[in-house]
Design a protein. Structure first.
Length: 429
């Protein structure tokens, strides 16, 4: 059993460069299905979710050349299957991102129904309603969603009930090949959606308004392969900035490889907590300094440009050490407070009431064995370990591997005392 072992109290210093964004890379990989031929993606993070998406595409007949660790050449000319199988969708729900592109190019898709997962129900009803409006017929049987657009896709107006990232992306990827104009109202505005629209436009699509609540897509007859660089990972960047706020030495922790504008609300809330954050003179990154006194804060997660749910656990790690009471409200996912009970095992004082977390600041954490409940919660537990007194062993780190490339190595590069190690699995004794 692999764990991450953290020895707390070692000051962090130096510069870390983040990888390409997981949530962008996965959708860009799916979007390569729309352009027969070889699309090359650079700055792709080497993480397990990307490997799963690679398997999904290969199952369909795509060929993937790993040009180097961060460059994938994906040839989708030979795709002859339209199925995302259960064992891969069950591993990674983002596999459902192939639905839009498959419908756009082939007019059909067969996607395993994503079951419940540890982030709550995570339904895809909005994806389905939107695609139905474009003319897709759906049928479910034997655990699979069968989507059929053999009569063609026709542009229309779709208003999303909620600014869902996945629904916005699937709709854009189907609409690029629909006849006529599709207008998506209440679209999600995340930077990864802008990245997707940029690549599709480079491929010949006509998408306007990505990054605003109204996205207009003019359908085109074909898309061609391109070379595209994945945008930097704002969430990985935010995670390292919180590490700096917790335990940086005098020079602070500098994070590069992403766009600071993508972290607007995170920076605002960290500054409200008393963290000094400086922008590098050339705008290429940020430096976070250790907050000697952490002020309490109220945070609610919201779609971009609101505070990202993917930074909620990391922010909680910081606010649980504040001098006073904080409230964090989780509006996006129903089950994202599981991490809090692990943090309580390290000494935090957190009371969960529905989708609110009442946090009474404590003086410090004490190292403990803890279990990653999910990707961001796992990373946040490692952050807590960095400032905790003693040793913290974080298990179930496959969650962290899903979305953080070389997390341990990058922390060690900042002088953290962290290692990945193998311990006997107690269940096997
Ligand atoms: C994406 C990100 C995830 C991030 C989230 C919100 C990827 C791979 N994942 O997830 O890291 O935390 O955006 O920023 O990009 N919902 C429905 N019906 C739908 C679609 C969504 O009820 O058809 C609900 C979900 O259950 C959830 C909320 O809407 O409660 C937000 O979901 P959505 O924005 O779609 O997130 P994902 O695309 O799944």
């Amino acid at each position: 059993m692999d764990i991450i072992r953290v020895e707390g109290g070692h000051p962090l210093e130096g510069t870390v460069r983040v990888s390409g964004a997981k949530n962008s890379a996965l959708k860009l990989m799916a979007a390569t299905l729309l352009a027969p031929g070889t699309t090359t993606l650079t700055n792709v993070p080497d993480i397990s979710d990307v490997h799963v998406m690679g398997k999904v595409l290969k199952r369909m007949g795509a060929r993937i050349e790993v040009v180097d660790k961060h460059t994938l050449a994906i040839d989708t000319s030979g795709v002859d299957s339209w199925e995302a199988p259960y064992e891969l969708v069950a591993k990674m729900r983002a596999s459902t991102a192939v639905m839009g592109p498959l419908l756009g190019r082939f007019g059909k898709a067969k996607i395993a129904m994503p079951g419940g997962c540890n982030l709550g129900a995570r339904k895809i009803d909005m994806h389905i309603l939107g695609l139905e409006a474009l003319g897709v017929e759906f049928d479910t049987s034997h655990g699979y969603i069968h989507a059929d657009a053999s009569k063609g896709l026709t542009g229309t107006n779709v208003t999303l009930e909620f600014a869902s990232v996945g629904a916005t992306e699937n709709l854009i990827m189907a609409a690029v090949r629909a006849a006529g104009t599709t207008v998506i109202d209440n679209a999600a505005r995340e930077p990864e959606i802008v990245d997707l629209a940029c690549m599709l436009n480079e491929m010949g699509a006509q998408i306007q308004g990505a990054g605003t609540p109204v996205v207009t897509v003019e359908g085109v007859n074909e898309l061609h392969p391109v070379t595209h660089r994945v945008v930097g990972d704002r969430i990985e960047a935010g995670t390292f900035l919180v590490a700096g706020a917790l335990v940086a030495g005098p020079a602070g922790v500098t994070v590069t490889g992403f766009s600071p504008q993508h972290l607007g609300m995170v920076i605002r809330k960290m500054e409200a907590m008393g963290v000094r954050i400086e922008t590098l003179p050339d705008g290429s990154g940020l430096t976070a300094h250790r907050a000697e006194h952490i002020a309490p804060v109220d945070i609610q997660t919201l779609p971009f440009p609101g505070f990202p749910t993917d930074m909620q656990a990391q922010a909680m790690t910081l606010s649980a050490l504040a001098e006073g009471n904080s409230i964090i409200t989780e509006n996006i996912f129903e089950n994202r407070f599981m991490f809090a009970s692990e943090l309580v095992r390290m000494g935090a004082d957190i009371h969960i009431e529905g989708h609110h977390a009442m946090i009474h600041g404590v003086r410090g954490y004490s190292g403990a064995p803890v279990t990653s409940p999910d990707l961001r919660g796992g990373a946040a537990l490692v952050l807590a370990g960095l400032i905790a007194e003693g040793t913290t062993d974080v298990s179930a780190i496959h969650h962290i591997d899903r979305g953080y490339e070389n997390f341990v190595e990058k922390l060690v590069g900042l002088d953290a005392c962290v290692e990945r190690t193998t311990v006997p699995d107690p269940d096997l004794d």
